[in-house]
Design a protein around this ligand. Structure first.
Ligand SMILES: Nc1ncnc2c1ncn2[C@@H]1O[C@H](COP(=O)(O)OP(=O)(O)OP(=O)(O)O)[C@@H](O)[C@H]1O
Length: 789
């Protein structure tokens, strides 16, 4: 699907190619930051006719809104759902996934006056957007025929006022909420929702690829709890899931809802030709990072320059930047450049700061659509739920972590049927380096499978307590959830009791108020409040387990675009005091880690290499932090004395014999640096095979581990009980380590830098690191695995 054009060769290319040539005009071909260009061809619409089961009024209203015919994927998914099948629709951004659930739901709710539906979104902002659209459709439906039953769509989330909540419970037939509120506000008091649950016909799970890791596993259990309560009330709702394009969406969706789910992946919506450019900022000559390593020009600064060039060409451009402050700095940078070349354009550039207010987004969307604004730098706040008519160019400054997010952001470019440009600017990070040098991993491969593990006992136990409070857990249900041993442990603690008909909550279990104790977005459930010591204003919370790393004294904390510095962290009181300050640097904590193997789940012997999936006890301690300027330059390293924390989690590990290492050209004194560098890069690359963030996982490497007696490298899940990431790494170890090796080899630095083997959170100050040794370690391990495998 991809075709490479040497830089500057296409003088009569597509619109996207012409924009790209303009952006590249300044740099000589020999110093081109471009690593790859692909032309993705245009795709034509494929229409279906309106399915005969769709109510004629629904067709009339939808048609009057500019949709004259459904695309094939919309009709197929909607019909599967209307026939009673759970279905996931996994197609491109802006391919009209909403219509697939609107058709069956509106048809059912407007003809059956009692039927209800539930819409779930991962963010409140997205839920609010969908509600707004739905209200306008149902208003029109009512004006078409007053015979049709009222739908009363309503929000029910943390922002909904008490009186509206009461009204919604009693009257609304289509509730818009999120999994957090479903867990706490609906399932937690299901008796008050009996009308709604008894009549529940459809459940929409929008953007379901967001539910991964600990959050995904929790949502999977919340949905199972919903299904079993519905069954108790005599309902069996059909689930309609919408997903970005991912590999095996049907499998992931089935695991999420706990029932077989059909998948629709053939996209009938049109899109224009797209030029995708992969871009690696140059190494800077005058600036150095930790241990004198070279530092690349920042992705944000490159994005500013690219955006300025595009705006001069009149191209409407959106730049996605990883942090809130980064978005502001990028917009400012663009304005500065424009002030010199075309001052008129300065005021047509803006930053989209967080706040997630629907009105702000509406204004921005309309300003971009009518051309008042030409360029916007934004965080991923604009990734979900925007309906911008189509932009000419999107710059993604820093790989957003998952291929699904990359396409979601990139999909904002391209008015229907017209060409567009999408540029990925790599950050100083091994995964970004890998992707810009291995375009197939980004462009040709199906998007990663999402990872969830609803059987993790750390997630399952609190969820089972919630379930038992809601309704005793039958023996069959316990078996279906693989929950027997976890229930037995809860029984030993006195929280549940087994009776002939199932598991019942005890008064002691009730007293725990299990619903409030579960934080479905992950973490320990213990929260540390971030409070402005000057005004007493509470800014937000961080998870207790992560507080030593993110809210230690001296840490820079960003809240809605404003920055604060932490003065004091009191873990016992759950409080971090901060003051407003705009330092020129970021901070990143450095941790030291010890690891002990407590059980071996799987182990394969490849001769001198052994690969295993193990249970581990990890003790880690924040020992200091680095202060780093926005340019990437390291200012200094400051020591801290924080309490140690322990995790019981899962790890993927490999051992390699000293003989094989020496034979591979790594002498004994280079063992530590070589293994350490191989471990860092492997952590950076795990997100390629398991949808996770490098901050969700950790690693340890040692030249002699007491439990194995050998040089050993571990990569573990950073959550109690694990989150499924190490398991994915274990399954895909050959692909993962091959990519890790390739990322190191691709990096042009001499002895290691943040783009390959340095890690931003290394407890040992990225020392020792042996880049050449890491390649030798990985080559030897891969040779053993692939030879035997
Ligand atoms: N069959 C159709 N014909 C023409 N336009 C359509 C059709 N279906 C949907 N649209 C329009 O496409 C746009 C995108 O629709 P929608 O927001 O449902 O997409 P989506 O796939 O949910 O997007 P996202 O990827 O952001 O979740 C809307 O403006 C909608 O009106």
């Amino acid at each position: 699907m991809s075709e490479t054009h040497p830089h500057g060769s296409a003088d009569v290319g597509s619109y996207g190619q012409r924009l790209l040539d303009r952006v590249l005009a300044g740099s000589p071909a020999s110093e081109s930051p471009l690593t790859h260009v692909a032309e993705l061809p245009a795709r034509a619409s494929q229409f279906a006719s309106w399915p005969s089961w769709v109510g004629p009024e629904v067709v009339q209203v939808i048609t009057s809104r500019g949709i004259s015919q459904p695309w094939t994927h919309q009709a197929q998914a909607a019909t599967l759902a209307a026939e009673g099948n759970h279905v996931v629709l996994s197609t491109s951004t802006a391919s009209g996934k909403s219509l697939a659930y609107q058709l069956p739901i509106l048809t059912t709710l407007s003809t059956d006056a009692r039927a209800t539906a539930l819409y779930l979104a991962p963010t409140k902002a997205l839920g609010a957007d969908q509600l707004r659209t739905t209200i306008s459709i149902t208003d029109e439906l009512r004006s078409v025929s007053d015979e049709l039953a009222e739908v009363f769509p309503s929000a029910y989330d943390g922002d909904t006022p008490i009186e509206i909540r009461r009204w919604a419970r009693a009257n609304a037939r289509w509730i818009f909420t999120n999994p957090d509120m479903l867990h706490l506000g609906i399932l937690g008091s299901h008796e008050r929702w009996s009308r709604f649950l008894r009549n529940l016909r459809y459940v929409v799970v929008d953007e379901c690829h967001y539910y991964r890791g600990v959050f995904g596993s929790n949502v999977a259990l919340v949905l199972r709890r919903l299904r079993r309560l519905c069954a108790r009330y005599g309902a069996s709702p059909v689930f309609v899931l919408a997903s970005a394009t991912t590999s095996e969406p049907g499998r992931a969706a089935s695991r999420l809802i706990g029932a077989p789910c059909e998948e629709i992946t053939e996209d009938g919506s049109p899109h224009g030709a797209r030029t995708v450019a992969l871009w690696e900022p140059p190494l800077q000559k005058e600036i150095t990072g930790e241990n004198g390593a070279p530092v690349r020009k920042s992705a944000g600064a490159e994005a500013s320059r690219i955006m300025a060039d595009l705006l001069v060409e009149g191209a409407r451009t959106l730049a996605f930047v990883r942090s809130r402050r980064g978005a502001e700095v990028t917009a400012l940078g663009t304005q500065r450049i424009l002030a010199d070349v075309d001052p008129q354009l300065v005021r047509r550039v803006a930053a989209y700061r967080a706040g997630y207010l629907a009105e702000d987004r509406r204004k921005l969307e309309s300003d971009l659509s009518d051309g008042t604004l030409l360029g916007v730098a934004t965080t991923n706040a604009l990734e979900l739920g925007v309906d911008i008519a189509g932009l000419d160019a999107v710059i993604v400054a820093g790989f957003p972590g998952t291929v699904a997010s990359f396409w979601q952001q990139g999909g904002r470019a391209g008015r229907r049927g017209e060409g567009s440009l999408l540029v990925l600017v790599a950050r100083d990070d091994p995964l970004d380096t890998y992707l810009v040098h291995h375009p197939a991993a980004l462009l040709d491969k199906p998007v990663e499978a999402t990872v969830t593990d609803p059987t993790n006992p750390y997630i399952l136990a609190p969820q089972l307590l919630c379930a038992a409070v809601e309704l005793p857990i039958t023996l069959a249900e316990a078996e279906g959830l693989s929950a027997e041993s976890v229930l037995e442990e809860l029984e030993l603690k006195g929280y549940v009791r087994k009776r002939p008909h199932g598991w019942f909550i005890t008064p002691e279990g009730q007293q725990l108020s299990p619903h409030g104790a579960v934080n479905i977005r992950g973490g320990t459930g213990v929260q540390v409040a971030i409070v402005d010591g000057e005004s007493g204003r509470m800014l937000g919370t961080v998870d207790g387990g992560r507080a030593p790393a993110t809210a230690h004294p001296g840490a820079v904390h960003i809240h809605q675009g404003e920055s604060f510095v932490v003065d004091e962290l009191d873990l016992d009181a759950g409080l971090a005091l901060v003051h407003a300050e705009q330092p020129e640097w970021n901070t990143s904590a450095r941790e030291v880690t010890d690891i002990a193997i407590t059980a071996v789940h799987e182990s394969v012997d490849y001769g001198e290499v052994r690969v295993a999936l193990v249970q581990v006890n990890v003790t880690h301690q924040v020992v200091g932090y680095l202060r780093r300027l926005l340019s990437g330059e390291v200012l200094d390293s400051i020591e801290l004395d924080m309490p140690a924390q322990t995790l019981d989690t899962r790890a993927v590990m490999y051992t390699i014999t000293p003989e094989l290492l020496e034979h591979s050209g790594v002498p004994y004194e280079r063992f530590p640096g070589s293994l350490h560098a191989a471990e860092h890069a492997a952590i950076g690359l795990l997100p390629l095979v398991a949808t996770c963030d490098r901050w969700d996982i950790g690693g340890v490497s040692t030249a002699l581990h007491p439990d194995t007696g050998l040089p050993t490298v571990f990569v573990y899940d950073g959550y109690d009980g694990g989150a499924g990431f190490a398991d994915r790494g274990h399954v895909a170890i050959a692909d993962w380590l091959t990519a890790t090796k390739d990322a190191i080899v691709s990096c042009e630095c001499q002895t290691g830098c943040p783009s390959c083997v340095q890690s931003p959170k290394c407890g040992n100050g990225n020392d020792p690191l042996d880049k050449d040794g890491a390649v030798r370690v990985l080559t030897a391990v891969l040779a053993a695995i692939t030879r035997e495998g």
